[in-house]
Design a protein around this ligand. Sequence first.
Ligand SMILES: Nc1ncnc2c1ncn2[C@@H]1O[C@H](COP(=O)(O)OP(=O)(O)OP(=O)(O)O)[C@@H](O)[C@H]1O
Length: 309
Amino acid sequence: MQNTTLRTTPAAPTADGVRSETVVEMKDLRIDYGDFTAVDGVDLEIRRGEFLGLLGTNGAGKTTTIEVMEGHRAPTAGSVRFFGQDPSNRSLRSRVGIMLQESGFAPDLTVRETLALIGRLTRRDDDVDRVLDLVDLRRRRDTRTGQLSGGEKRRLDFATAIFGSPELIFLDEPTTGLDIEARDALWHVVDRLRDEGATILLTTHYLEEAQERADRIALMHSGRIHRQGTVAELTSASPSTISFRLSRELTVPFEDATIAPGGGVTIPTTNLQEDLYRLLVWSRSRDVELEGLNVGAKGLESLFRALNA
Ligand SMILES: Nc1ncnc2c1ncn2[C@@H]1O[C@H](COP(=O)(O)OP(=O)(O)OP(=O)(O)O)[C@@H](O)[C@H]1O
């Protein structure tokens, strides 16, 4: 994907009054498949300009929730509103871009025709080649979608979601199947859209992607939202980890330390500054080299492990 200029959308919503506008509102959302309840009483609110990461375990109900938002599946109970309206309302199509996990393009249409068709169907106006440049598919513009590679299809999926720079963008595992360069390029485009005021809902299993970008995270498991908050709020009680390698056999002065057969030491800590200081004093006094000393930032992984436990 290339650093082509993004279209200018309405000014970024920085004033508090604008930011506090609710763009997505779910209340007590329930979605059943037959007698199985996949989404079980979800309350979620996304404000204008916000980036919400909807994270969860496999089968938690994230895609089901997004499919309801797409307007093609009706909730069993509860409600979803975008800009105060029902998602099935056709007038919303021009304001909402959706990248699902599986798009199902018509295989005989070319890349260019596909994107132009999406534009007509959603009544979003844009320059097809400009968007193809953004996702680095311009040279494949006349290729039939059936002949695209998996990563190229994913980039076309992304192109359909951002075509016309919609105000609200849903990204369901957008980087799955993309190589590193394509991931970086996708996030560059998303970051620019955010700067211009877009509201983003992301689902991903790459926790670091959400951790780096999301204003708020909602953690979903077995059809329910278990916790919501900023990354700092959610991880404040999670331990950090100090890790290093010892070149000779020694006992480290930390009760919770684990030592792998190859000499790799991991120390969980809820008081990083104090424990790091103790470790450095100990290593200096014993003339021990802490090879590859590293401090793992507080992450979302431990929250996930707790969800699954
Ligand atoms: N069409 C369907 N019919 C019956 N059950 C379904 C259907 N689609 C999804 N499910 C079930 O609903 C639950 C939620 O699925 P969903 O795809 O929403 O989860 P997810 O959070 O997106 O999972 P993943 O991270 O694995 O993609 C799962 O148990 C799944 O098996």
